[in-house]
Ligand binder design. Structure first.
Ligand code: COA
Length: 166
């Protein structure tokens, strides 16, 4: 158990909290301007309202000691078999490099047993380090992400199982 585990909360976000997520998404997408060339007055995330209208999407806010520390968006993808996708994942800068992201990711995987996929842009070096460690810590096995190209970008894809707790 990490020193934070009792103080981290992963709370389902209500529709009333959509503006909080919309604000955090601005910071999240802004972080990606280090890795991709984006120019805009306001970054757009058109799928956000779907997190309250589609049953296979799950929005969460992360709090540490009651203070907002990040967010997680999870969705189920209709593959064969279907799998869970860590659609978006963000920890606010002041809370980074303290093990919080790892704890949150691993708890979220535990909430949704089954096949999982985590995609990260190949150019997001910190993200790749983070997911490699978090996934291997969760599965207890070394990770070997697949590489693919989508929408003109190169991605690393981590695929693994979250086993139901006995
Ligand atoms: C990636 C992110 C979620 C990491 O959250 P975090 O709470 O700082 O992660 P942790 O403290 O649990 O990090 C665990 C390990 O991941 C690796 N890691 C995390 N951030 C890293 C960075 N910036 N550079 C290199 N390695 C990093 C390290 O191995 C770290 O262990 P260490 O601190 O003992 O060296 C956070 O930086 C973030 O929200 N970034 C912007 C959005 C993003 O890239 N999301 C994920 C991609 S989809």
């Amino acid at each position: 158990m990490t020193p934070f585990s009792r103080r981290i909360e992963i709370l389902p976000a209500s529709q009333d909290q959509m503006p909080i997520l919309a604000n955090l998404l601005q910071l999240y997408i802004h972080d990606f301007t280090e890795f991709v060339d984006l120019d805009t007055e306001r970054f757009s995330y058109p799928h956000l309202p779907c997190y309250w209208s589609e049953p296979d999407r799950h929005p969460f806010l992360v709090k540490l000691k009651g203070k907002l520390a990040g967010f997680v968006l999870v969705k189920k993808e209709s593959g064969s078999p279907p799998f869970w996708d860590m659609a978006e994942f963000f920890i606010l800068r002041k809370y980074r490099r303290q093990g919080i992201g790892t704890r949150v990711a691993q708890e979220v995987w535990g909430l949704f047993p089954g096949q999982w996929q985590v995609r990260v842009m190949s150019s997001n070096t910190p993200g790749n380090h983070f997911w490699s460690r978090a996934v291997s810590g969760f599965t207890g096995e070394p990770v070997h992400p697949a590489c693919n190209e989508k929408n003109g970008a190169s991605w690393h894809v981590f695929s693994f199982q979250s086993k139901p707790k006995p």
